[in-house]
Design a protein around this ligand. Structure first.
Ligand code: HSE
Length: 312
């Protein structure tokens, strides 16, 4: 058994407009966990960064609970542990922080217990724990992933894509929190058929575009009628910020996961015009949301291509 394992897991942006609960991408912002085996039994948890004031430092911690579930499922016992967490991903903002924790817990337990599970195995377990695949799949695999249960409901299948290197992501992260449960409660149980047909077409076109590396078509179809129309009213200034970012050159703007973060994607070759476009989108987000009295952090977070990374 290794005595020390470190894992780094990326943030994710789920749904990407119409791909509710099945489509997401990973982003270059990370939480890191180091697990060290103690000489005897026990649990020590240290947390720095996001959530340092609020996350539990005992057996109720989601990371430890995930590790315990993993160890039970493989019929092994966890050793005494010191877990050191450093979180750069803000929690309850729509950047997949809880999925990150689940993925970190599974990946670390898999290494510590030398159980040899593959990324695909971990995806099955993580999806069952999270309830949907759109954050855990890109956190495990990197890139853009569409994933969901096969028709028997027993196995998660996925397709992974990457965007062209010229595509950049910009996120506007409001300081207020929206829990996924609260944001899901705003959704209707029944939606009009026309809206369902609209979303089917958008996702189909996005997938066809990803398969051929056609970012502009992908972005053109990143529109949603299943969840965004019900969630955006929970976020003052969001409609204005989306319009402002589009006018500033964003190819698409979506609610990130269940919000309140907004995700913009734009194409830029790194030339002066491209850099100007990124800066314009960042300032459009910032000024429109602060005008709506929202406190917000705006970051350029490019796509992550690797998913979680283990260092033993
Ligand atoms: N697909 C999920 C939702 C992502 O939109 O509720 C947030 O966990």
């Amino acid at each position: 058994m290794p005595r020390r394992v470190k894992v780094r897991v990326p943030a994710t942006s789920a749904n990407m407009g119409p791909g509710f609960d099945c489509l997401g991408m990973s982003l270059c912002l990370y939480n890191e966990v180091t697990a060290e085996v103690l000489d005897g039994p026990g649990l020590e948890i240290q947390i720095t960064g996001q959530g340092a004031q609020s996350l539990p430092r005992n057996a109720h911690n989601l990371l430890y609970q995930t590790m315990e579930s993993f160890s039970k499922s493989v019929g092994k016992q966890l050793p005494g542990l010191r877990l050191t967490l450093h979180n750069d991903i803000p929690s309850t903002r729509g950047l997949g922080s809880s999925a990150t924790t689940i993925v970190a817990g599974l990946a670390i337990a898999n290494e510590l217990l030398s159980t040899g599970k593959t990324r695909d195995d971990l995806l099955q377990m993580a999806t069952e724990m999270e309830g949907h695949s759109d954050n855990v799949a890109p956190a495990i695999l990197g890139g853009i992933v569409i994933a969901g249960y096969d028709p028997t409901g027993n196995q998660v299948l996925f397709k992974r894509f990457t965007l062209p290197k010229s595509v950049h992501a910009i996120v506007a992260i409001p300081t207020f929190e929206v829990s996924t449960d609260q944001s899901r409660a705003a959704l209707p149980d029944v939606i009009p058929r026309l809206d369902a047909v609209f979303n089917v077409c958008q996702v189909g076109m996005m997938m066809a575009a990803l398969a051929t590396g056609d970012f502009l078509t992908f972005a053109q179809f990143a529109n949603d009628r299943l969840h965004e129309p019900y969630r955006l009213p929970l976020m003052p200034g969001a409609d204005g910020a989306i319009a402002a970012a589009r006018s500033a050159g964003a190819n698409c703007v979506t609610l990130s996961g269940s919000g309140p973060t907004l995700l913009a994607l734009c194409e830029s070759d790194g030339d002066v015009t491209g850099r100007d476009r990124i800066d314009s989108i960042m300032s459009a987000f910032h000024s429109s949301l602060t005008t709506a009295s929202m406190s917000v952090q705006v970051l350029q977070l490019d796509p992550d291509l690797t998913g979680f990374v283990i260092e033993s």
